[in-house]
Design a protein around this ligand. Structure first.
Ligand code: URA
Length: 245
């Protein structure tokens, strides 16, 4: 069900839009830098309703309900919102505070690569729902020589448990050697699925990195641990999956 976010306190409005921390935006309001509907803002607790115009130093601050970040998850960071002992992917995003963000799917502690982080729960559901069949591609280094038989077995659907056979997956061999380099595309996301699939063909994963999810690709210039908001093209590509984005 659609939740109403307005009316909202002015200081929350500005802090949500990453103009500053709650403390900083209170100072900005008190020093007269913020206007609401062209009048100087009265106080941090002033209520903003839908359609009101908020400006900081004369520049409009438009409220965006949903935010979308693309993170290159490094190894050693937990895919969770918070944890008492380990650093999480949300700890890496300095803009995360107060935004109710969640990672879209889970990468193992030692897996690197593309992770979408958003507060749009419907989009997360669309990307992760097994019925959605959204493609996820991983680059992997595996122990053993990848061969045609592996391609055939991945394409046929590998039995991973008594009651679970993986959906057909595509395997692309980039380098076949004692340690092989491959790309694998799967359309579901069971726990440790890629590792378990390679384990099943006797070629354990040594390194794993997610390089795409649906229309999103891991950018070459985004180093592990770095993140950025989705760009317009990425937003447009996602909107094809979820028109009300
Ligand atoms: N499959 C795995 O085995 N691990 C991951 O982190 C992601 C997919």
């Amino acid at each position: 069900m659609e939740q109403h976010i307005f009316p909202m306190r002015l200081d929350k409005y500005l802090a949500d839009m990453s103009v500053g921390t709650r403390k900083e935006v209170k100072k900005m309001i008190r020093s007269g830098r913020v206007a609401v509907d062209d009048s100087p803002a009265a106080a941090p607790e002033q209520k903003i309703t839908e359609g009101m115009k908020v400006c900081l130093d004369g520049q409009p601050v438009i409220y965006q309900r949903y935010v979308y970040y693309l993170l290159n998850k490094p190894a050693g960071i937990l895919t969770a919102t918070r944890d008492r002992h380990k650093k999480t992917v949300l700890d890496l995003l300095d803009e995360a505070a107060g935004k109710n963000l969640s990672p879209c799917g889970r990468l193992d502690l030692d897996t690197e690569g593309l992770l979408l982080i958003t507060n749009n729960g419907q989009l997360i559901h669309r990307l992760l729902s097994p019925a959605g069949h959204v493609a996820k591609t991983y680059y992997a280094r595996i122990r053993g020589r990848a061969d045609e038989e592996d391609i055939r077995r991945f394409a046929a659907g590998i039995k991973l448990a008594e009651d679970f056979t993986a959906m057909p997956a595509q395997l692309l061999i980039r380098r076949a050697d004692a340690i092989s380099e491959v790309e694998v595309t799967i359309y579901e996301g069971k726990f440790h699925q890629v590792k378990n699939m390679f384990e099943a063909v006797g070629k354990p994963v040594l390194y794993l990195r997610r390089i795409s999810m649906g229309p999103l690709k891991l950018p070459d210039d985004l180093a592990p641990g770095c993140w950025r908001p989705l760009n317009e093209q990425e937003m447009a590509d996602l909107a094809l999956l979820q028109p009300q984005l």
